[in-house]
Design a protein around this ligand. Structure first.
Ligand code: GLV
Length: 307
């Protein structure tokens, strides 16, 4: 029986399977453990089931000599120093595949909401500002027939592209290895949707120069990672009307403080990192994380190992 620290309560019954064979310590709070608490609880653990909100680095590994496995309950793993894990002999796993559809759905929800100004028009109803059917009010942009630029050609980018064909959209793709150049994608797209991982190369990929290349009628959608977009440049572009809007599931930092200047930008829709937040996706993510931990603690390869 191994001690496992689980950094957040999880939906579904996956943790019951873990608790059948191991001693499971689940962080009970709504907010994640702070770095000191994370280190304290992980010291002495052989398994760690972590979230994207947990920074898993060399210092954590140094203080947890018995740690054998980290199962990140996410497909992204930029919160983990994978090289340090390798050096410490700690296996790392993630949850690919099971959240692809949910995240692609949310991408489209954001795209449609921003294009057709759903937050603004819904707010006008609640504010009693619904005068009558007004020919010139709440005008947005057509999604059908528009050009969608997808940055990143992973599972989620592909799933977004499939949805786009149902809307008769023209799809442009830019990735490291194929597709059009980023400049061409930015210049031609009516919607730019980000689906690349956060790496040193993609940090601030969408900076002031990139935003300046976009059409003034274009909308930026980010369901990947916040730091891929320079938030100061984005705020300026929205205030100056360089682009028509932005819809973000991810920000830098997260959470964005209520007084963050970006939140005062016009035509901005922000939701709190809910890309995978469907009942089914989150339960499957928990199951895959537990599968990873059970395998590693039994001395077997993780079924979803990060390589
Ligand atoms: C969420 O952001 C994930 O990477 O799964």
């Amino acid at each position: 029986m191994a001690r496992c620290f689980v950094t957040r309560q999880l939906p579904g019954t996956a943790l019951d399977r873990l608790a059948e064979v191991h001693e499971v310590d689940v962080w009970p709070e709504r907010l994640p453990p702070d770095p000191d608490e994370l280190r304290r609880r992980t010291a002495g653990a052989r398994g760690l089931l972590s979230m994207v909100t947990d920074r898993i680095d060399g210092e954590l590994f140094d203080g947890a000599p018995e740690l054998e496995a980290v199962a990140n309950c996410a497909v992204g793993y930029d919160n983990i120093d994978v090289e340090a894990a390798r050096e410490h002999g700690v296996a790392v796993g993630n949850t690919p595949g099971v959240l692809t559809g949910a995240t692609a759905d949310l991408t489209f929800a954001l795209l449609l909401s921003a294009a057709r100004r759903l937050p603004q028009s819904a707010a006008s109803v609640l504010e009693g500002d619904w005068v009558t059917w007004e020919p010139g009010a709440h005008l947005g942009y057509d999604v059908h027939g528009a050009t969608l630029g997808i940055v990143g050609r992973g599972r989620i980018g592909e799933a977004v592209a499939r949805r786009a064909t149902g809307f008769d959209m023209e799809v442009l793709v830019h990735s490291r290895s194929c597709g059009v150049s980023l400049d061409e994608l930015l210049e031609r797209s009516d919607f730019v949707s980000l689906h690349c991982p956060l790496t040193p190369e993609t940090r601030h990929l969408i900076d002031a120069g990139a935003l300046a290349r976009m059409k003034p009628t274009a909308i930026l959608v980010n369901t990947a990672r916040g730091p891929i977009v320079d938030p100061v440049a984005l705020g300026r572009a929205l205030h100056e009307g360089t682009i028509a809007g932005a819809a973000l599931d991810v920000t830098d930092p997260e959470p964005l403080p209520a007084d963050d200047p970006l939140l005062s930008a016009p035509n901005l829709l922000v939701v709190p990192h809910i890309g995978s937040a469907s009942h089914a996706a989150r339960e499957k993510m928990a199951e895959l994380s537990v599968d990873n931990l059970l395998a590693a603690l039994a001395g077997e390869p993780m079924p979803h190992a990060v390589t």
